[in-house]
Design a binder for this molecule. Structure first.
Ligand code: FAD
Length: 510
């Protein structure tokens, strides 16, 4: 079987493979799922649309046994690599494998269940489940929900846990990686292991935020809480960056019950530009943005704090108004530029699905997305605003420029800026029509590069989130004092560097 696969690694025509051979390969791998050695467009592309490499085979495993069998087979070969592909929503080919094996984690059987352990509820979910599926099953079936989310939920459990998984709840509960208590993982040696804080803890903390380098997550145990019924979603406009950050930091450092349940924010252009300006702020079509309320000394960009409060159907509307007004009373936003809507909890969590529908209709969902995600230390965020938001990005990026504070808490592989308790997520979510309607992708990539170079040259304390580098030297710099630990874990759990080759951190060892 290995000879069969390697035969193809060495450059044979994969497109004319007879079906019989594929059946043989399935048998040799003892695979319950299926294998496709023909053209596999889905495995050669991702949301970023910037990279494309051809895998040798695209395998649809049905469970952990299939995953382990494939990894063990790859380990017996001299050069095969294996990439778990979640929903392929990476930007820079992280879930691809150049002439390696790509495993479609979405095809894993769901086996969803809710467990109660010592009075707490947990969802047992497949590593390939989409968070939107987890949401629906938990809320509709049990009135429960995970505590920490991403903004967009068509992402897989294994894909976000391999990075961090952050959104407006992370200030309170930490990223999604801090909200799982047990994982089933197939290591790079093909061993299927259960890991948690107390069992195989090196593997557990390594895999969380581990960029797919130590194991493939086949199952996760996700902590749940009672799901609220409804959400009041509010946007507040600021003209001054220091007012915006002061209020955002106030909200993320208050105790539960004395703050909102969700805190995010974004930068927008102080103009009537339809994609980057004032009209991107209102939450419904009934409430327009009246620019006459903008203070006359405002700069080229403005800031929007986005907050949300959970409540129950049984809560009286006047009670919600009182709580919201008390929390807003402390904040220094432009008073006439406040927008709010009430919606169900699931509508709120699925809000980006609406954006996806519009973007698909406008043909910008499938266009390339040279996105840039950074964690920037609180101590440098004002400098970052002066140079990056107010100068380089003063005309916007054709999509949201997110900025919100998070609190440090980390035992995982996630790499954070060095100093301070508070750091900011900054995300440039570029949605632009394909060239020639908009600037060529190269220009947007060059702008990302300019921002990174500015940060490096001025000593801004930052780290890339969803990182992408071409050389191991860059990776070493990225990991800083966590590099040695990362290398040790790699040597323990994936010594031949079989897993997640698309991250380009290690080279396969024959
Ligand atoms: P993939 O892109 O398929 O894989 C990502 C990496 O994880 C690859 O290296 C892959 O090999 C590895 N991997 C995948 N599955 C597994 C597994 N089961 N076990 C081990 N390794 C695995 N991120 C946030 O934190 N917050 C957000 O709000 C957010 N919003 C987003 C919105 C959009 C529209 C998009 C496109 C991305 C967003 N992201 C966000 C980024 C997202 O979390 C990452 O891109 C994530 O990797 C995508 O998940 P995926 O399932 O598509 O993973």
């Amino acid at each position: 079987m290995i000879a069969y696969l390697e035969h193809f690694v060495h450059g044979n025509d994969t497109e004319s493979r007879p079906d019989d051979d594929v059946t043989c390969l399935c048998k040799a791998l003892d695979l319950q799922g299926s294998i496709n050695c023909g053209p596999t467009e889905i495995a050669s592309k991702d949301f970023g649309g910037l990279q494309s490499v051809k895998p040798l085979a695209f395998i649809r495993p049905t469970g952990a046994d299939d995953v382990a069998g494939v990894v063990r087979a790859a380990a017996r070969s001299s050069n095969l690599t294996v990439a778990a592909r979640g929903n392929g929503h990476s930007i820079n080919g992280q879930a691809m494998a150049d002439r390696g094996i790509v495993m479609d984690m979405r095809s894993m059987e769901e086996n969803f269940q809710v467990l109660w352990i010592n009075g707490s509820a947990y969802a047992e979910v497949s590593g390939g489940a989409l968070w939107e599926e987890v949401l629906k099953r938990c809320v509709l079936g049990f009135g429960l929900a995970p505590r920490s989310w991403t903004d967009y939920l068509s992402l897989t459990v294994g894909g976000t846990l391999s990075n961090a998984g952050v959104s407006g709840q992370a200030f309170r509960y930490g990223p999604q990686t801090s909200n799982v208590t047990e994982l089933e993982v197939v290591s790079g040696k093909g061993d299927t292991l259960i890991c948690s804080e107390s069992e195989n803890s090196e593997l557990f903390f390594g895999v969380l935020g581990g960029l797919g380098q130590f194991g493939i997550i086949t199952r996760a145990r996700v902590l749940l809480q009672p799901a609220p019924d409804r959400v009041r979603w509010i946007r507040l406009v600021y003209a001054e960056f220091e007012d915006f950050t002061r209020d955002a930091e106030l909200l993320v450092t208050r105790q539960e019950g004395d703050s909102f349940d969700y805190v995010e924010g974004f930068v927008f252009v102080n103009s009537n530009d339809p994609f980057n300006g004032w009209s991107t702020v209102p939450l419904d079509s009934e409430h327009g943005f009246d620019p006459t309320h903008i203070p006359s000394n405002a700069g080229p960009v403005l800031y929007c704090l986005e907050v949300a409060l959970h409540y129950r159907n049984s809560d009286h509307p006047s009670h919600i108004d009182t709580v919201v007004n008390r929390l807003l009373g402390r904040l220094g936003f432009v008073k006439k530029l406040k927008f709010q809507v009430d919606l169900s909890y699931t509508e709120f969590l699925l809000r980006v699905k609406q954006v996806e529908k519009q973007a698909q209709a406008n043909c910008v969902w499938d266009a390339p997305h040279p996105w840039l995600n950074l964690f920037v230390s609180q101590s440098n965020i004002a400098d970052f605003d002066c140079f990056v938001f107010k100068k380089i990005l003063k005309d916007g990026v054709g999509g949201p420029i997110l900025i919100y504070p998070l609190l440090r808490s980390n035992r995982t592989s996630i790499v954070l800026p060095e100093g301070g308790e508070i750091f900011y997520l900054v995300a440039l979510l570029r949605f632009t029509p394909p060239y020639p309607k908009d600037p060529p992708v190269e220009k947007m990539v060059a702008q990302n590069h300019e921002i990174i170079q500015y940060c490096l040259h001025t000593g801004i304390d930052f780290k890339l989130y969803l990182p992408h580098y071409k050389t191991q030297e860059d990776w070493k710099r990225h990991f800083g004092n966590q590099w040695t630990k990362f290398l040790e874990r790699k040597a323990s759990f994936d010594p031949m560097a079989i897993l997640s080759p698309g991250q380009r951190i290690f080279t396969r060892i024959p």
